[in-house]
Design a protein around this ligand. Sequence first.
Ligand code: PMH
Length: 374
Amino acid sequence: MEQLSNYRPTKAVIDLQAIRNNIKNLRQHLQDHVQIIAVVKANAYGHGVIEVAHAALEEGATILAVATPDEAVQIRQVIPGTDILVLGASPVQFVPYASEHNIILTVFSPEWILEAAKQHTTKTLLLHIKIDSGMGRIGTASQDQLHQLYDAIQKVPNFETDGIFTHFATADEEDAVYFDKQVSNFKELVHSLPSKPRLVHAANTATALVKDPTLQFDAVRYGISMYGLAPSGYVAQRLPFPIEQAFSLETELVHVKEIRAGQSVGYGATYTAAENGYVGTLPIGYADGMIRKLGGQSVLVDGQRCPIIGRICMDQCMILLPQAYNVGEKVTLLGAQKGEFISIDEWAARCETINYEVPCIITARVPRIYNNVR
Ligand code: PMH
């Protein structure tokens, strides 16, 4: 989102160098012929799609993957040329734009192909067939369906089966029984085709980093670790290289005041001071994605952990300070400050969710600012 103004000190600082390093390390880990598909859907997992896309392409990613047609259009308007793969379903009305602008679509039903063939195409439309090998989301699940789909594509002069792919449901877990079943389902279906499409791909981060290297096939779809986060604790312990969290969240104290023992803070007056102290107010709240479940979470002030007290409001929240800091004092909610660090994983644990969700839910009201060099 383009920022028209930025008068509030709350900002997400995105370390593009960390993202670059994470991709560089991944490159080393892949077999030479394997391409990197940078998964930049959902505004690059909340990190800012255009800047991340540029960084990923400069580090050797060759394809950008998004979830929706609109995300593809957003990129295409500023980045010409590069292949963009839409991982989700597209309406057939998107076919003319996709063919004209070199956008690869995911397909999984012959009926869709019949409807899409009626659309006007100016250039060849590249298609990737999605196999549902066990995720149960979108995809073709049987050989019959796959062959119907493949044949339907073959019959349309301007359509081409450029790729075939699947997605694993349990790649980040230790138990490999379900994973292995998905692998064999996928391989069986791919091998049943009369010829191999240009790009066979299946690996997400967990598969690319901790599984059998042959599952890298022709390309890997690299998402969460590009942003410096491990897909699970299991993968975190087995990473072949260290990854660096790219997302920091910062603000400043906008008000500092004394609180007396017995005084309360925030909606519902749920926090009552046991002793005299200092309270700082931060200009960030649940409308920024700092959800109320983060009450009690610490933030960093002067390298010290200070707890959020009371309920988080829509646009503000309050913290307990160890001393009377000045208005304007820097506050780090995520990331490093003076040797201390608050990880996205720590927030995810407090919110009883996964790290993926944390940067995604920091809303567009929070500007993304970029550090490109360190
Ligand atoms: N490929 C597909 C089809 C995906 O949906 C995702 C992530 C990735 C690759 C990248 O996975 P990684 O980030 O683990 O590397 N998709 C999602 C999702 O739909 N919900 O959480 C992650």
